[in-house]
Design a protein around this ligand. Structure first.
Ligand SMILES: CC(C)(COP(=O)(O)OP(=O)(O)OC[C@H]1O[C@@H](n2cnc3c(N)ncnc32)[C@H](O)[C@@H]1OP(=O)(O)O)[C@@H](O)C(=O)NCCC(=O)NCCS
Length: 180
């Protein structure tokens, strides 16, 4: 997919090194339980590629000015939370993780708008959710800019760590059409 300034595309092997760098950046990973090693980052990239193979959509590699800057995309969560029962199945999340020097340009919001449009117009979804830790102000601001509304607070399970207080936001296709 293309937007005015961005390309959302499938992953290549060349993305793995800059992806590992952003997953090792303490500022990028501030709201996650730990930074990722190169092996963990590669395993994450493998899971992203598997998700595309299973679902036909996923966390697209994001390019700005011809350079890999992170990902933005759609994914089916791998965990269960009580709020999911009230949502369209399977639950589809819109998510993002960008290199620090790509923050502050509106890239995450621009790319996420394209993903949400794809979910509603091409995949026939009625709802898209997004979730993050309560304190992740930048991520919550992207959700708000997309027109999403908070619908649930919950304890997000994290393997090998204590659960993290988190918030789920919702965007309905009807609301997105009205807001357009
Ligand atoms: C979450 C994250 C993607 C948000 O990035 P971001 O740059 O704050 O968000 P956007 O890309 O939407 O950019 C918005 C900012 O760009 C600014 N901006 C500059 N030029 C702009 C333009 N042409 N159009 C729109 N906004 C522009 C906006 O004013 C806003 O700045 P502000 O934060 O000072 O108000 C980023 O912080 C990140 O990758 N964090 C680490 C990973 C993470 O926590 N992911 C979420 C886990 S759930």
């Amino acid at each position: 997919m293309r937007t005015e300034r961005l390309v959302l595309r499938g992953w290549t092997d060349r993305d793995r090194r800059p992806f590992a760098e952003l997953n090792a950046d303490p500022v990028v990973m501030e709201h996650f339980p730990s930074r990722l090693t190169r092996a963990e980052s590669d395993a994450f990239a493998d899971r992203i590629e598997e998700h595309f193979a299973v679902h036909g959509f996923g966390l697209w590699a994001l390019e700005a000015q011809g350079e890999f800057v992170g990902y933005t995309g759609l994914s089916v969560p791998r965990f269960h939370a009580d709020w999911m029962a009230a949502r369209e199945q399977p639950v589809v999340e819109v998510g993002w993780r960008l290199r620090r020097d790509a923050w502050g340009h509106g890239y995450a919001t621009e790319a996420a708008r394209a993903c949400v449009g794809h979910a509603f117009e091409d995949l026939g979804r009625s709802e898209v959710v997004s979730f993050t830790t309560v304190g992740n102000v930048r991520s919550r601001a992207v959700m708000a800019r997309l027109g999403m509304r908070p619908v649930a607070e919950y304890d997000h399970p994290v393997e090998g760590h204590a659960a993290v207080p988190s918030v789920c936001y919702l965007l309905r296709r009807s609301a997105s059409v009205q807001g357009a």
